[in-house]
Design a protein around this ligand. Structure first.
Ligand SMILES: NC(=O)c1ccc[n+]([C@@H]2O[C@H](COP(=O)([O-])OP(=O)(O)OC[C@H]3O[C@@H](n4cnc5c(N)ncnc54)[C@H](O)[C@@H]3O)[C@@H](O)[C@H]2O)c1
Length: 350
């Protein structure tokens, strides 16, 4: 199968790691590297230095590419996603695609006009444990119909570095940069709820970098799936420890109650109960440190969307953005957010 020629944006710490993962992928071929900071050229080898550019538009003038991967600061995402789409590139941008509904609407408008594929990158979702949870919940014979459930995440994310501080200063960053890791898994298991009601206390622990900016540290949510079916979420990234280790802290403790069985997940451990008995009890690969495995699988899914037209990942990731933003709107405006109305408002009804 023909390789997908791609441009990669971002040569920072996480972004450079993602470039290394992509370079190892046999389905993708690196044709351009973009960073606004020229000093980072030193990270590249001789061949790569020749395909270094300062912007996506500059790169696109010189190289033939089909896709673009964007890994830069969240406040640059919407602008760069639009630039990428305008340059006729199928676009993969690390979460969040946009920081607000106005920017997201602009993105969707151009995406539809250009008929390109757009994916919000989000890991914690492609490891074995997360995939098994999704498989069981979607197995009607085993699990039956969803009745109720919860997800709890509890960890400590120190945001004292200069780079991380943008998160502590941006209203809504809890849902846009943290809760998204569980909301993506929830969408994979149950799809979008009918409505969302969310509360969030301002900020969190000062000693690890948080101030009083709203919706940056934690959140409590009720998702309403209709007919008396509810899912609850409690998330906190400003806790006093990382009881499940650094990366796995974001995987979540989950319970899904179904008409035929109940699933419990604690990080990589998944237990399935039915008729008062344990039917399955497994330890699986949970999210790996640096999410290299998770992201490698995610890139395979992006490839399938582009080449095999198996476009599961686009809808799932755009729906996840809607859920992230619904939490922010609900908390900010102190109201229940109807998801269908929000979808329509954002231009995603068709
Ligand atoms: N688990 C996860 O999903 C996860 C984990 C860590 C980081 N991230 C995200 O990945 C992104 C990148 O992280 P990082 O550690 O590489 O950040 P970084 O700040 O170290 O690097 C970002 C790079 O992008 C460049 N850049 C910024 N704006 C640009 C623009 N307009 N055009 C071209 N280049 C631009 C900067 O010069 C810098 O080199 C961030 O959005 C971060 O939130 C996600």
């Amino acid at each position: 199968m023909k390789k997908i020629k791609f441009i990669h944006v971002g040569l920072g710490s996480y972004s450079f790691q993602r470039l290394e993962i992509l370079k190892k992928n046999k389905n993708f071929q690196l044709v351009g590297i973009v960073d606004k900071d020229r000093k980072l050229l030193k990270k590249l080898n001789k061949k790569e230095k020749k395909i270094f550019f300062r912007s996506i538009s500059q790169a696109k003038k010189k190289v033939d590419a089909e896709a673009c991967f964007i890994y830069v600061s969240a406040n640059q995402h919407a602008k760069l996603v639009i630039e990428s789409l305008k340059n006729d590139l199928n676009t993969f941008c690390v979460k969040p695609l946009a920081l607000n509904s106005v920017d997201f609407k602009k993105i969707i408008k151009i995406k539809k006009k250009k008929k390109l594929i757009l994916v919000q990158g989000q890991n914690n979702q492609w490891n074995d444990a997360s995939l098994e949870m999704k498989k069981i919940i979607n197995d009607k014979k085993l699990f039956g119909k969803f009745n109720l459930g919860y997800c709890i995440i509890w960890g400590r994310q120190v945001l004292l570095s200069k780079n991380a501080r943008v998160d502590t200063k941006t209203d809504g960053s809890f849902f846009h940069s943290m809760a998204c890791h569980q909301l993506g898994q929830l969408v994979a298991c149950l799809g979008l709820p009918k409505s969302v009601y969310c509360k969030s206390s301002p900020g969190g622990l000062k000693s690890i970098g948080y101030n009083k900016t709203s919706r940056t540290g934690s959140g409590n949510i009720i998702f309403d799936y209709g007919n008396g079916k509810y899912f609850n979420y409690v998330g906190n990234r400003t806790g006093h420890g990382n009881p499940k280790g650094f990366a796995a802290r974001w995987s979540g403790e989950w319970m899904f109650g179904g008409s035929k069985g109940d699933l419990r997940r604690l990080g990589g451990r998944i237990t399935f109960f039915s008729d008062g008995m344990i039917k399955k009890d497994t330890y699986l690969q949970d999210v790996d440190d640096f999410q290299k495995l998770d992201d490698a699988r995610q890139y395979e899914n992006f490839y399938d969307a582009l080449k095999l037209k198996k476009n599961y990942i686009e809808k799932q990731s755009l729906d996840t953005w809607i859920l992230m933003e619904a939490c922010n709107i609900s908390s900010r405006e102190k109201k229940i957010v109807n998801i269908n109305s929000l979808r329509k408002f954002l231009g995603l009804n068709k």
